[in-house]
Ligand binder design. Structure first.
Ligand code: C2O
Length: 554
């Protein structure tokens, strides 16, 4: 591989959407941020220079970071943040991966504006296992707040409340014509007839699973989270925050009356409380004049609403279950699925919301006057003041974290029935310590304590196989017999079904400290996270190297 060097200057930039101009934190003044392109095997260097008053870290979502745990990026987990005026060189080599991933800030809610694509091409002269596309196009879904997202979350945390929802969803940073004062900010994808396009879809929204569709077009799904899958066709996709999905779009040979089609995304949501049910629309526009002059449509006279693709209902859980079941690893000789057949350690983690008592002299707007919280196995994870990885590496875990994260819930209950009266969580900074090359199975169970809700669970530093999923309570006597150990999809982010469970397996082949968390930032802020400490193996290439000299000081 070769070296790919990038410079990310974190600076303020005025950006206008929905007739609101705000000064926001950007990379190199761009929103969404710049794209990183590399090939499998390349060494990527990104120098991040912080010129703003916020503390910054950047995470390379889905990158394995084999032997480069210091470059992973989650604040307080693998590093302390880059402070104003400081810089840090993220240095990692892309090993055994190719496909669509992305990067984003990993501190507070700064990823609302700091995100971009991270595209890994196959090694030179290695083809895709699908027809070569005419063009490749990143499509990033996001959210726009007229307010500063940092103020939105800090106010919510202060009042123990649910944060204000965003003002719009976006496609490549643009809200589209269904919002007020936004027609000029519409994403338009220009295509030629009779060609195949590779759309690299990334859900970088903070808090919403999204349905996506392009009217009158069928999409072929070929890759998930930078792993090839058995291709399947669909008119509609569901993509959770953190996930990436590659689809082939075959454009029509012959157009009828229309050369313009509408694409749209809007949320899937089953939880309680307020949410944004608005729709972002974009345009698929055929360029039909071969002599260079581009067909130019004006949208003021088009009734967009009548042209919208059909999307499932907001609470379309049956579509979601059906759709996620269609993902299967390619599992052929070139791309085998190395699914762990035997398990060394089993875990059962409950995932859901709960509450913390309201501090004295404060009024809280959470359930029954409490503060909202979220937990795994009833532990709401407090961020330490120093980074876990440093504490671990230098043998100074005392007072930073404890190693008593429970493998099973301490007080089991009927997770999808009547919730328990006591919804209080425990708080702590607890980790699970595992040996190198341990095979792990985790069953992740939605608790439905404050209403059934899906949770996009993301694991750092590893991919996992999704071997089973179902609704209701996981049944340890019946459900494992139905696991798919042949061609389960390999991912880094999985939606725990609303009112159900999912079972994942992975091998701890990467020494370091690895965060696992809900990729809804509101749940993350409420503590829905934990960390795995993977110990060194015996061989030199199974050990975490010492930190780089410019690792930010705590
Ligand atoms: Cu995409 Cu821990 O994050």
């Amino acid at each position: 591989g070769i070296v790919r060097s990038y410079k990310f200057e974190i600076r303020l930039q005025n950006v206008t959407r929905l007739c609101h101009t705000k000064s926001m934190v950007t990379v190199n003044g761009k929103f969404p941020g710049p794209r990183i392109i590399a090939r499998e095997g390349d060494n990527v260097l990104v120098k991040v220079v912080n010129h703003v008053s916020n503390n910054i870290t950047i995470h390379w979502h889905g990158i394995r970071q084999l032997q480069s745990g210091w470059a992973d990026g989650p604040s307080s987990i693998t590093q302390c943040p880059i402070q104003t005026g400081q810089s840090y060189l993220y240095n990692f080599t892309i090993t055994g991966q190719r496909g669509t991933l992305w990067w984003h800030a990993h501190i507070s809610w700064l990823r609302a504006t700091l995100y971009g694509p991270l595209i890994i091409l196959p090694k030179k002269n290695v083809p895709y296992p699908f027809p070569k596309p005419h063009k490749e196009i990143p499509i990033l879904f996001g959210e726009w707040w007229n307010a500063d997202p940092e103020a939105v979350i800090s106010q919510a945390l202060q009042h123990g409340a649910g944060p204000n929802v965003s003002d719009a969803y976006t496609i490549n940073g643009l809200p589209g014509p269904l919002y007020n004062c936004s027609e000029m900010e519409t994403y338009t994808l220009k295509v030629k007839p009779g060609k195949t396009y590779l759309l690299r879809l990334i859900n970088s929204a903070l808090n919403d699973d999204l349905f996506f569709s392009i009217a009158n077009h069928t999409l072929t799904v070929v890759e998930a989270d930078a792993s090839y899958i058995k291709p399947f066709e669909t008119d509609i996709l569901l993509i959770t925050p953190g996930q990436t999905t590659n689809v082939l779009l075959k454009t029509k040979h012959h157009l009828g009356n229309s050369s313009t089609f509408i694409m749209a995304a809007r949320p899937y949501f089953t939880g309680q409380g307020t949410f944004d049910n608005s729709t972002v629309a974009g345009i698929l526009e055929y360029q039909i004049n071969p002599n260079g002059s581009v067909f130019n449509s004006t949208f003021s006279n088009v009734s967009i609403k009548g042209l919208l693709p059909t999307l499932p209902p907001i609470n379309g859980t049956s579509f979601v279950a059906n759709f996620s079941n269609k993902f299967r690893s390619l599992a052929n000789s070139q791309f085998p699925a190395n699914v762990p057949k035997n398990v060394d350690k089993q875990y059962f983690f409950t995932v859901g919301l709960g509450s913390n008592p309201c501090p004295k002299n404060q009024t809280c707007q959470g359930p029954n006057g409490s503060k909202f919280a979220a937990s795994i196995n009833n532990i709401s994870f407090n961020l330490p003041t120093t980074a876990l990885l440093q504490s671990y590496f230098f043998g100074k875990s005392n007072g930073v974290y404890t190693t008593d994260f429970p493998s099973f819930p301490l007080m089991p209950f009927n997770y999808t029935g009547t919730p328990p009266n006591n919804t209080l969580v425990a708080n702590g900074t607890k980790v699970v310590v595992v040996k190198f090359n341990t095979t792990i199975e985790v069953v992740l169970q939605d608790t439905s304590i404050l209403g059934a809700e899906s949770h996009p669970l993301h694991l750092h530093g590893h991919n996992f196989f999704v071997v089973g999923q179902g609704f209701g309570n996981f049944d340890p006597n019946q459900d494992p017999a139905k696991y798919n150990l042949v061609d389960p999809v390999e991912r880094n982010t999985v939606g725990i079904p609303s009112g159900g469970w999912v079972a994942i397996r992975f091998q701890t082949d990467n020494p370091g400290v690895w965060l696992m968390h809900c990729h809804f930032d509101v749940h993350l802020s409420w503590g829905l996270r934990m960390a795995w400490v993977v110990l060194d193996g015996k061989l030199p290439n199974q050990k975490l190297p010492p930190p780089p000299s410019d690792l930010p000081k705590c």
